[in-house]
Design a protein around this ligand. Sequence first.
Ligand SMILES: N[C@@H](CCC(=O)N[C@@H](CS)C(=O)NCC(=O)O)C(=O)O
Length: 211
Amino acid sequence: MTIKLHHLGYSRSTRIIWLLEEAGIEYELIEHHRNPATNRSQDDLKAVHPLAKAPAVEVDGRTMVESSAIIEYLLETRGDGKLSVAAGQSDRSAYLEWLHFAEGTVAMPILLKLLGPRFGGLGDVQQAFVDGEVHKLLDYINAHLDGRQYLVGDGLTGADINMEYLLELANLVGLLENRPHAKAYVNRLMARPGYKKAIEIGGPLTPPMAK
Ligand SMILES: N[C@@H](CCC(=O)N[C@@H](CS)C(=O)NCC(=O)O)C(=O)O
């Protein structure tokens, strides 16, 4: 059965459009829109999954959320070996680590950094946690990308697709200015035909006001 991808405008679900386009996996796209006043998802996405989060994917008889898990599952079941590193291969542990590092560790501080100003600042948390984490994480990613085209191995994987969203946001607010390897990496990923197609289909990652 065809996969149904629930896509919310300006969101992480663009990752899954990109993944499916790069992997050549057939899917049906169902579009959802944010509430313009709150910027949150609405009842139509809540009807799909109680968390009302995007991406949500209807696949193999259940509705799945969490980008990293979705990426891993879709590639494992339908990827034909593309965009991932199979169990038993030498880069497997690095692949899983980078795939899960994006949402497991990088996302929260980056999103707090971006959302803080919209809600009147984060108070003591900004200095005590967020700023230090953001700089440490971005420095780590930048250093890893020195001399590499992709996070793992010689080609694009699901780990890059998961990470790109967060680095694109970081870049928008100038956080990659002194991190040339991370900046070049994001620009390289954004130049890919598969990424461009995903943006054409799903719209840009952020609304113009966030720039
Ligand atoms: N860790 C989850 C995060 C999902 C998430 O927070 N998605 C956001 C869009 S980027 C969302 O659905 N926001 C709408 C809302 O929570 O109301 C993932 O990677 O899929």
